[in-house]
Design a protein around this ligand. Structure first.
Ligand code: UD1
Length: 436
C-alpha cells in the first residue's frame, strides 16, 4: 500500500487543470449500455473508480477502449451477460448504476448489492422503489439484486428519502425511463450538476428529458437510443479541494476549468471564512488574505454545501481564527476524518451530526491513516499546512477519485512524495519489508 510523505509549509502557487468529474463519468459510462452503436466520451478522468466501472462494463458485454487523447469509446458487443459480480461491485458502490440501464435495455439484470462504507450505511431502496414503479420485478437473492422486466412503463415516481433526494437513485430511474413506454416524472429528483450532465448525454443519444437540474424531471420514453459523442463536466469536488488547499497554505492558485456557478455554496462559505476566490476567464483563483476566519456550515444536497467537500473544509477550519460548527445532513456519520485530524493537533468535538472545530494556529505533522476518499483529501490539505512531516497511509482511497493528485500538488510547489509500501528503510534498522 502506497503512502504520502508531505512536508508542510509551502504556500501553493500556480495553475492547476481540473479534470473530468468522477461522479458524472460513472453514470455516463453506465448509460452506454442503453445505446446502439459506439459512444465517444471525452474528459473521462483516469481513476480507479472509472477503471472499476470499465471492468464491469466489460463483464456485461460493453467494449471500452481509450484512445491516445484520452477519449473512451464504448460499444455494446454482446447482450448475453447481465451479471455485475460481487468481486467487482464491492470495489465501488457506484457500480449499482448499471442496474437501470440493464433492466431497460435487456429486460434482465443481476447486480451484486454494494454494501456499506465507512461514511455510513449506503441503502439502495430508492433505486429499487423507482425501478419497481416502472414495472420491474425485483428480488434480492444471495446478496444480488435480481431484476426482470418486459418493456418498462413510464410512471410518476417520488424519490425523496430520509436524507433528501438521491443522486445515483435519480440517475438510475432517469436512465431506465429513457426506454420505457410512455412518460415518467421523477419528483424530488436530485438537482446535482452531474445529473444534468448525464441528462445531456442521454439527450445526445436521442432521449427526451426535461427538467434535469431541478426537483422534477420529465422523461418521455423512446424506442431506441444511439451512441453519441459527449464531454464529461469538470469535477467540482476536485476544484473545491484545490481551492481549500490553496487557502490553507496562504497561496495563490488558479483552478482552470472550475466553475463558480457549480460551487455557489462553497464560495459563499469560503468568503465567510475570509478566503478570497475570484472568477477569472476559464476558472477560479484563490488568493491568500491571511488566516481563515471561523464560519458555520451545513452539508446538504445540491445546491447546498456538498458533503464531498465537508472533510476538506473541516481541515481548513481547523486552523481558522475562532470556533466553527459544521453539520452533516447527507451522511450524518461522515466524521471519521476528525480523529485523524486530531492526531495532527486539530481540536474537534463531535455531537450527533455536528462537529465544533476550535481553530488552532498551527497543525503538526503526524502519522495518519486515510479512511475514505474525501477524508484522505482532508488529511492532505491539513498536512500541506502542518509544521513538519506528515505520513498518510492507505492513500489508495485517494487514487479512487483524484487524478495525478500529488503531481498536481507538486507542480504548485507542494513538498509531497509517494512511497511504495514495499521496502522502506527504518531509521537505525536498515531496509525491511513492511507488512502493510
Ligand atoms: C453520490 C456521490 C457521492 C456523494 C453523494 C451525496 C456518486 C458516484 N457518488 O452518492 O460522492 O457523497 O452522492 O452527494 O455520484 N439514500 C437512501 N436510499 C437510497 C439511496 C440513498 O436512503 O436508495 C440516502 C443515503 O444513505 C444518503 C442520502 O440518501 O443519506 C444521499 O445519498 P445518495 O445521493 O444516494 O448518494 P449516492 O448517489 O450513492
Amino acid at each position: 500500500m502506497d503512502r504520502f510523505v508531505i512536508k508542510g509549509g509551502s504556500a501553493l502557487s500556480g495553475e492547476v487543470l481540473i479534470g473530468g468529474a468522477k461522479n458524472a463519468s460513472l453514470p455516463i459510462l453506465a448509460a452506454t449500455v442503453l445505446a446502439e452503436g459506439p459512444s465517444s466520451i471525452g474528459n473521462v478522468p483516469r481513476l480507479q473508480d472509472v477503471g472499476a466501472l470499465c471492468r464491469i462494463l466489460g463483464q456485461i458485454g460493453v467494449s471500452v477502449s481509450r484512445d491516445s487523447v484520452g477519449r473512451l469509446t464504448c460499444e455494446v458487443i454482446d447482450e448475453d451477460c447481465v451479471t455485475a459480480p460481487y468481486d467487482l461491485v464491492r470495489r465501488m458502490r457506484a457500480s449499482i448504476c448499471v442496474l437501470g440501464p440493464l433492466l431497460a435495455k435487456r429486460g434482465q439484470a443481476r447486480v451484486s448489492l454494494p454494501g456499506g462504507g465507512v461514511i455510513g450505511p449506503r441503502p439502495i431502496d430508492l433505486h429499487l422503489k423507482g425501478l419497481r414503479a416502472l414495472g420491474a420485478r425485483i428480488r434480492i437473492e444471495h446478496g444480488y439484486v435480481v431484476g426482470e422486466a418486459d418493456r418498462l412503463r413510464g410512471a410518476r415516481v417520488y424519490l425523496g428519502g430520509p436524507s433528501g433526494p438521491t443522486v445515483l437513485g435519480t440517475a438510475t430511474v432517469m436512465m431506465a425511463a429513457t426506454l420505457a413506454e410512455g412518460e415518467t416524472v421523477i419528483e424530488h429528483a436530485a438537482c446535482e450538476p452531474e445529473i444534468e450532465n448525464l441528462a445531456g448525454f442521454l439527450a445526445a443519444m436521442g432521449a427526451s428529458i426535461e427538467g434535469a437540474g431541478t426537483h422534477r424531471i420529465r422523461i418521455r420514453g423512446v424506442e431506441k437510443l444511439r451512441g453519441a459523442r459527449y464531454e464529461v463536466m469538470p469535477d467540482r469536488i476536485e476544484a473545491g479541494t484545490f481551492l481549500m488547499a490553496g487557502a490553507i497554505t496562504g497561496g495563490d492558485v488558479f483552478c482552470r476549468g472550475a466553475r463558480a456557478d457549480r460551487l455557489d455554496a462553497v464560495l459563499d462559505r469560503l468568503a465567510d471564512a475570509n478566503v478570497n476566490v475570484t472568477e477569472e476567464p476559464g476558472g477560479l483563483r484563490v488568493k491568500s488574505c491571511g488566516r481563515p476566519r471561523r464560519t458555520d456550515l451545513t452539508a446538504l444536497p445540491y445546491p447546498g454545501f456538498p458533503t464531498d467537500l465537508q472533510a476538506q473544509m473541516t481541515a481548513l477550519l481547523s486552523v481558522a481564527e475562532g470556533t466553527s460548527v459544521l453539520t452533516e445532513r447527507v451522511f450524518p456519520d461522515r466524521f471519521i476524518h476528525t480523529a485523524e485530524l486530531g492526531r495532527m493537533g486539530a481540536r474537534i468535538a463531535r455531537e450527533g451530526d455536528s462537529v465544533s472545530i476550535q481553530g488552532v494556529r498551527r497543525l503538526e505533522g503526524a502519522e495518519v491513516m486515510a479512511s475514505d476518499l474525501r477524508a484522505s483529501a482532508a488529511l492532505v490539505i491539513a498536512a500541506l499546512a502542518a509544521e513538519g512531516e506528515t505520513v498518510i497511509r492507505r492513500i489508495y482511497h485517494l487514487d479512487r477519485g483524484y487524478e495525478r493528485f500529488e503531481q498536481k500538488l507538486r507542480s504548485l510547489g507542494a513538498d509531497i512524495r509517494r512511497e511504495s509500501g514495499r521496502d522502506v528503510a527504518l531509521p537505525g534498522l536498515g531496509t525491511h519489508a513492511r507488512a502493510a
